[in-house]
Design a protein around this ligand. Sequence first.
Ligand code: OGA
Ligand code: MN
Length: 292
Amino acid sequence: MPPIITPFTGVLGAEVTGLDVAALSDDDFAAIEAAFEDRSVLVFRDQDLDDAKQVAFSRRFGALETTISSNPGGEGTNVAIFSNLDADGTLIPPKDKRMVFNVGNQMWHTDSSFKPVPAKASLLSGRMVPPEGGETEFASGRAAWAALSAGEQAEYEPLIAVHDFLYSRGLIDKTLLTDKDRRELPAVRQKLVRTNPVTGARALYVGAHASHIEGRPVDESRALLRHLIDFVTQERFRYVHRWRPGDLVMWDNRACLHRGRPWDERKYPRVMHRTTVAGAGPSVEDGKPLAA
Ligand code: OGA
Ligand code: MN
């Protein structure tokens, strides 16, 4: 039976049913890839995943990143774990540093925009999902780009934003990251308008990691970045995902922003495993990080 791909009503997202991502023919995979390019967010229902299966499926889209995670076990591997369940099975208190660190995911962002080669795609598997809250929201930077006037497009097209993980995490708590993190995660430059290397589709490329616009005063550039995030995240460009057990959600970091929503962390476990597909290259010609 071929997979059933049903686009959601808005500008992004489609539901995929009737397939097991761990046992996918090349033809079905081609259909999934095309739907991913077209819809930016895919929701695979009823998946029975473990990390090995998730990694194997994710690799079909390209090489994987090693991801930064505040959870031991996720570090330095291809799987980042976002979880409020401790090793002993109890709920980690919201004030715990590991939880505070993950609050960063509740700001609109795009994954790994603070790396010299930003991510192409992320695949998030809901291993334990709360019955209420904890949704993940998406907003289409591509639809937003298309909705701009020709004058606005011409203004934004040449701009470069400086993305910096220490800046974005610093918005939550200045003590979360260390001098070692600073050395390992120097700020990087990214085009404000990111182009899909395969389809040529353009998208506004902003989010929480974007600290300022190169060559513009910080205050003025932060106001512009704020304006652009507000523009991209308008209702008409959004999809909100309400997690069901067995969901695997995949998104295009080149084309959309996302954020997690809060939930009652003292009541419900939420265990999410993420794999991240690396981008094809830097968004700017000289993809070298900036000096610390
Ligand atoms: C992520 C992320 C949000 C969430 O996995 O990259 O931002 O809803 N997650 O957990
Ligand atoms: Mn994210």
